[in-house]
Design a protein around this ligand. Structure first.
Ligand code: APR
Length: 390
């Protein structure tokens, strides 16, 4: 089989890149190691920057988002037991929108399928070859080994994928920070209580309460990296959420059946080498952010907008200038956003050995972002997202 661009991974990055290239009339095949059902059921955060919403609109995949997306005009911070509203909208009306990431993925898959374009599920890519001049991808599906030849490979296969490992020089250009804690996340059939929303800094560690939909709540507790998911009963989880999220007015989290539990370690990672020859990486394959800034999907969108245009010029205009500049331009958005996400993490979590002095400094940071004019402007700019290179 031959295609113009082989895309590895049907996450938000790979699917949106496929959509962008489709709009330029460029053929793609997406290879995804998981099943269709697995990809559709994957639960992840869903805070979309204005630029992400605009991009999804631009490529014609935002009908449901426009119907169901919920504006997020403020964010709530809780410290010393007091909840405060932090304004998020800017003067130009840019804002954050709450829309589950699994919906973004589903919208992209359904449009692609309706247009008759290929996604091969349960196709595990094992190697990438010929990336200097005539690329090919080896994968196995139904126990059979197959080869996809192409003009370009886009590695959108996440942090653990095969693409970054196949990119010469990537390892030497990679930077990793692991935080000494994890997030224990639950999804519950519980009407979100607007009075317990937001991020909480407490001596017991961070807690986060957010709305996934009108009837579903998504909540997180900071836990030890080795946390055993079976070590807390559902009642103990709710009690701990109450301890960390209740405020001066006695507002408590609404309880309900817990339908999903997961633990994710917090890390930040950047690979500064994002392209070699006819292979480029985008999204989580190139960088990981700690979840506190909700930037993972939004960063991936910035990458694939840029990469889509660079591939278009490379294939259709025979102009490689933008492709040659891909890493540099992408990193102009990636590093500040990774830095921002780390600052958010550092302001809300309790670190091992943390002193009262450290806690008071965290409160100063939160106060600056919430109440100081300059601090709040800076916070809003970071949350609303940096401009795109193209
Ligand atoms: N062969 C084929 N597919 C693979 C392989 C492989 N060898 N390795 C990984 N994949 C697939 C994964 O199964 C996954 O579906 O690549 C996909 C990568 O998707 P994501 O992990 O969602 O990464 P990305 O698209 O970059 O996501 C961007 O959105 O979902 C969030 O947390 C994610 O912050 C990230 C952002």
């Amino acid at each position: 089989m031959h295609t113009q661009v082989a895309i590895i991974g049907a996450g938000p990055a790979g699917l949106l890149l496929g959509r962008i290239l489709q709009s330029h009339g460029i053929g793609t095949v997406i290879l995804e190691r998981r099943s269709r059902d697995y990809v559709l059921a994957r639960v992840r955060a869903g805070m979309l920057e204005q630029g992400t919403v605009d991009t999804l609109r631009e490529y014609g995949v935002a009908e449901r988002l426009d119907e169901m997306g919920v504006a997020h005009p403020t964010m709530q911070f809780l410290w010393n037991g007091v909840r405060r509203d932090v304004p998020l909208e800017d003067e130009d009306g840019r804002r954050l929108t709450n829309y589950g990431q699994s919906y973004v993925v589903e919208d992209l898959i359904k449009h692609r399928e309706a247009d008759g374009l290929p996604i091969v599920f349960e196709a595990e890519v094992s190697s990438l070859d010929g990336i200097e001049d005539s690329p090919s991808v080896t994968y196995s599906v139904d126990g059979e080994t197959k080869t996809l030849t192409c003009d370009f490979i886009a590695g959108c296969d996440g942090y653990l994928g095969v693409s970054r490992r196949s990119l010469p020089g990537a390892e030497a250009a990679s930077y990793l920070k692991e935080f000494p804690f994890a997030w224990f996340g639950i999804l519950a059939e519980a009407t979100p209580n607007p009075h317990t929303r937001g991020f909480s800094n407490t001596p017991r560690g961070l807690a986060v309460s957010s709305a996934r939909s009108a009837t579903r709540s998504r909540l997180y507790l900071q836990v030890d990296p080795e946390f055993d998911i079976t070590s807390m009963s559902d009642d103990e989880i709710w009690d701990e959420l109450d301890r960390r999220l209740s405020d001066q007015d006695g507002n408590k989290v609404t309880r309900g059946p817990i339908i999903e539990k997961s633990v994710a370690r917090l890390r930040a990672f950047v690979c500064e080498k994002m392209r070699h020859g006819k292979l480029a990486i985008a999204g989580d394959a190139a960088h990981i952010v700690p979840p506190s800034g909700a930037k993972g999907l939004n960063l991936a969108v910035g990458d694939v907008r840029l990469l889509g245009e660079a591939i278009r010029r490379h294939l259709l205009d025979k102009d490689d200038a933008l492709l040659d500049d891909y890493s540099r331009l992408a990193l102009e958005r990636i590093w500040p956003t990774v830095h921002w996400s780390c600052l958010m993490s550092e302001a809300f979590h309790t670190f091992p050995g943390q002193t009262e002095f450290d806690t008071r400094r965290q409160h100063q940071t939160l106060d600056f972002w919430a109440h100081d004019e300059i601090g709040n402007r800076w916070f809003r700019e970071a949350m609303l997202g940096l401009p795109y290179a193209v």
